[in-house]
Design a protein around this ligand. Structure first.
Ligand SMILES: [Zn+2]
Length: 107
């Protein structure tokens, strides 16, 4: 039933958003909870084929699935070399992720 599947996807998206909010709320008091919430969000995303919103993707480590809260779990640097980009380093496993910064010319 297509409508049913849509409902499940809707619920999954809400649940993922909720889990990341919880992860954010717990990062200071219970950081291990935060990682668990991210883990759960990833599981839901995989099971339901619902993508994790881009805004939250900045907050998770691709390789160890930690909740990357800037300043606690991650280091964010802006690099002007080559094409300007943001470098996010996971302080748990050391993985780096690069996000290009779009300049006006490229748009
Ligand atoms: Zn990591």
């Amino acid at each position: 039933m297509p409508s049913n599947r849509r409902l499940i996807k809707d619920l999954a998206a809400q649940r993922i958003d909720n889990l990341f909010r919880l992860a954010e709320a717990n990062i200071h008091s219970n950081p291990s909870y935060s990682d668990r919430y991210v883990e759960m969000a990833i599981q839901i995303s995989k099971r339901t084929n619902v993508r994790i919103p881009k805004s939250w993707k900045y907050f998770m480590c691709k390789s160890c699935h930690s909740f990357l809260y800037p300043g606690i779990r991650s280091r964010i640097r802006i690099s002007p070399r080559r094409s300007p980009h943001i470098v996010v380093t996971c302080l748990v496993c050391g993985t780096t992720k690069r996000y290009p910064i779009k300049t006006k010319k490229q748009r």
